[in-house]
Design a binder for this molecule. Structure first.
Ligand code: SDX
Length: 392
């Protein structure tokens, strides 16, 4: 039943797996989480409710959501031993390197009595990961700047609790604007899942071997770190800073069109969306709201707007349907919220944990629905005999 289709290169490939979680129509610019359009969820839902939807397939009733929120809230702490793990990282380690290591080490705490045949233990594993990733992510960042970690305040809602752990200055309470929490929650919703992207397929592939779910998700974090995938939002800010001023945009466009340069516009293009990424449209609108309401005038936004305008009018980009993707604007919002650049991909990982654990659960419930062993096209030498070193 898995779909087979032939690429231009003349070889056939098969769909990697079946899934009922997310549907994308790249040509029509459609993104549905369990059948609900991303535009409606962005406007009416919250990240934690979307996480419930992705995991369970239906929107929760009031009682179901209260139970889910209580379970997540009461699993946000990490074992005190984690602080010694954290202390072992260099102070200037990249937070994604630390997050990969810390998530993998969760397997050392939840391994011995973990029975993956038990649906309730699988469900609690998913909840533990959704609950603990923000705590661990914030701790990694605070370690990198030499600040003491902040324990989760369980009287705060999910996104605000994370921002508090990340940003509260040791000596003063954090004043968080409602706009910042709303913008962050929107970005978490938009990044929660995206069908069989590289990191989600990695989680499913590692999980399909029966490996511990915590290392399966750690493998997803590792895949997400790449600049062609989740690392693109960090790469967008670095690119905008290198361009520097709107008057340099044209030369950047010309450089991106010159194959020899090896330079690509970060935040443009997508493997699937061959029209505007519906998430980019939502986050572009939020970018202006955040910058307007926070009174932030960011010269990099001027560069970003000029770059988008120029690329959308340039034949090279229009012909190849290279439009701004979700990463193009999310980096600007994170910057406006005072999130450090090296934390951008970590933010993506926090949100995508909801998708990763949902895909892991879906696969565990149907062991036959595995990504399985990818095949290859062999391009090496034909069969040949060994030659002794004295005859080479
Ligand atoms: C994410 O899969 C997901 O769902 C991912 C994601 C998610 O939510 O999980 O949506 C998140 O990963 C978004 C993408 C973030 N990455 C970037 O923004 C990095 C910059 N983008 C590119 O590297 C690229 O666009 C990809 C990797 C995203 C997609 O590449 P494609 O669609 O496979 O395109 P391609 O590599 O086959 O290139 C097609 C043509 C080529 O030119 P020609 O050979 O036809 O002459 O388009 C050119 C490429 O050179 N091209 C670009 C370009 N992206 C493609 N040229 C300039 N700048 C770019 N960004």
């Amino acid at each position: 039943e898995t779909g087979c289709f032939t690429y231009d290169a003349g070889f056939t490939a098969t769909a990697s797996c079946k899934s009922a979680i997310t549907y994308i129509d790249g040509d029509a610019g459609v993104l549905l989480y369990r059948g609900y359009p991303i535009e409606q969820l962005a406007e009416k839902s919250s990240f934690l409710e979307v996480a419930y939807l992705l995991m369970n397939g239906e929107l929760p009733t009031t009682g179901e959501f209260e139970k889910f929120e209580h379970e997540v809230t009461h699993h946000t702490m990490m074992h005190e031993a984690f602080k010694s793990f954290l202390g072992g990282f260099r102070h200037d380690a990249h937070p994604m390197a630390m997050l990969t290591g810390m998530l993998g080490s969760l397997a050392s705490f939840y391994h011995n009595d973990l029975d993956l045949e038990d649906p309730e233990q699988r469900r609690m594993t998913a909840i533990r990961l959704i609950a603990k990733v923000p705590t661990i992510a914030a701790a990694c960042y605070r370690h990198s700047i030499g600040w003491p970690i902040r324990y989760p305040r369980n009287n705060l809602e999910y996104t605000t609790r994370f921002l508090h752990m990340l940003k509260e200055v040791p000596s003063e309470p954090l004043e968080l604007s409602p706009v910042a929490a709303k913008a962050m929650d929107l970005l978490f919703i938009l990044h929660a899942d995206h069908e069989q992207n590289a990191s989600t397929s990695t989680v499913r592939l590692v999980g399909s071997t029966g490996a511990n779910p915590y290392v399966s998700v750690a493998a997803g974090v590792a895949a997400l770190w790449g600049p062609a995938h989740g690392g693109a939002n960090e790469a967008v800010l670095k690119m905008l800073a290198e361009i520097g001023r709107p008057e340099n945009v044209k030369s950047a466009i010309d450089k991106a069109k010159d194959k020899e340069s090896g330079f690509r516009l970060m935040g443009f293009g997508h493997r699937v969306y061959k029209n505007y990424d519906p998430r980019a449209a939502l986050v572009r609108k939020m970018t202006h709201e955040v910058l307007g309401q926070l009174g932030v005038s960011d010269p990099l936004l001027d560069v970003a707007m000029k770059l988008e305008e120029a690329a959308l009018q340039d034949e090279y980009f229009v012909q190849r349907k290279l439009y701004p993707n979700v990463d193009f604007y999310s980096g600007i919002i994170y910057k406006a919220l005072g999130i450090p650049v090296e934390m951008f991909t970590v933010m993506f990982a926090i949100a995508r944990t909801a998708g990763w654990v949902s895909h892991w659960l879906e696969q565990q419930e149907d062991p036959e629905n595995k990504i399985g062993r990818p095949r290859q096209i062999y391009t090496g030498s034909a069969n040949r005999d060994y030659v002794g070193i004295d005859k080479r």
